[in-house]
Design a protein around this ligand. Sequence first.
Ligand code: FES
Ligand code: FES
Length: 232
Amino acid sequence: MPPHRTDDPPDRGRLATSRRSLLQSALLGGYTLGSNAPLAAPATAAQQSPATNAPTDATADVAMRVALTVNHQPCSLTIDTRTTLLDLLREHLILTGTKKGCDHGQCGACTVLLNGRRINSCLALAVTLEGDEITTIEGLGTPNAPHPLQAAFVAHDGFQCGYCTSGQICSAIGMLAEAAAGWPSHVTGDIATSPPLTNQEIAERMSGNLCRCAAYPNIIAAISSVAGGSTQ
Ligand code: FES
Ligand code: FES
């Protein structure tokens, strides 16, 4: 029997959501692709069901309690000590705005802020972060009041598929703080001075965040506009 085939035109009503509006929602982090429902706030330990919070027999000997703050909300939960921060965010707290790309510290898709500094969450064991403050894309802005970098990425079309975008934005926030503190980069000519954030400086400082869609020119333009519209 030949494979099913139809020549019917696609249902345009189902395609009414534009790519731009869909990605804008995704990069704000409060929505999941394919759904208009806002994500639930991180669950506290008290809100977690005993079934999901209690260690299983298989992990009882490697389970540990950790308390940390995620997007200004304290949370405490018992997890396998091998759980990365990335998996804690995505699998336990259902904060799926932070993406898993390589899971090996090579792509930057999982970048979040740890006490204000950018890190690859796939490389951090969650139990080592007792008392720390984590900020993810979901904690940066709202659809009505986006973070300046979120607004800039929309204004400059700094994404195509959007998969890398939450990591790019979190990384850019950390990068701008590093530059403001006078940290040099590999391309800084005179490390005794605070270099202007040229496009070359931004590209170098953001080189840990890959974009498979190669939206780099627009990403740099977006970051540059927030950094003060620096020169080439
Ligand atoms: S998923 Fe963490 S660096 Fe790629
Ligand atoms: S926008 Fe697709 S990977 Fe960067």
